[in-house]
Design a binder for this molecule. Structure first.
Ligand code: HEC
Length: 135
């Protein structure tokens, strides 16, 4: 086959293919993408279950999403991340359980649960342990 003939055949095939693609109705397109959508939703639901069970989040994750805004720079007098001078007096005074209780209930400018709406009390403890790690 000569090149020019081959090109004509290829162009014709492309034209037919493009015309067919355009004939796909919205319903057909929706049908084709539906299974993917289902898989995605199922995945998101599964993730939600794990988070609700409290298994998926580490103290580091919680700190970075809920506590970092205040505890990194010490906003409003918040004890700063892994700064012993900020944390030690509090730990000496009331221990880990005492500061944990205050984090759950809130104390002064420290909001209850550190504003983490979907954290369990154990999640809060994990975040505190991360904040005082190595001090
Ligand atoms: C809006 C700012 C803010 C956010 C967000 C925040 N904190 Fe605090 N936090 C504070 C401030 C301010 C204090 C100091 C309160 C005081 O002793 O007067 C504090 C104190 C604490 C203390 C010490 C309590 C005590 O008894 O001395 C713990 C523990 C604590 N926060 C944990 C957390 C955790 C865990 C998170 C995230 C889940 C969090 N905080 C999020 C502002 C914040």
């Amino acid at each position: 086959m000569k090149l020019k003939t081959w090109l004509t055949v290829a162009a014709t095939a492309l034209t037919i293919f493009a015309a067919q693609a355009q004939e796909m109705s919205n319903d057909e397109i929706a049908d084709r993408i539906k299974p993917l959508g289902k898989v995605h939703v199922a995945g998101a639901a599964a993730q939600g279950d794990t988070a609700a069970a409290g298994g998926a989040k580490s103290g580091e994750d919680i700190y970075n999403s809920a506590c970092v805004a205040c505890h990194s720079a010490g906003v409003l007098g918040a004890p700063k991340f892994q700064v012993a001078a900020d944390w030690q007096p509090r730990l000496d005074d009331r221990g880990l359980d005492g500061v944990w209780k205050n984090a759950i209930n809130g104390i002064n400018a420290m909001p209850p649960m550190g504003t983490c709406g979907n954290c369990s009390e154990d999640d809060i403890k994990a975040a505190i342990e991360y904040m005082i790690e190595g001090i």
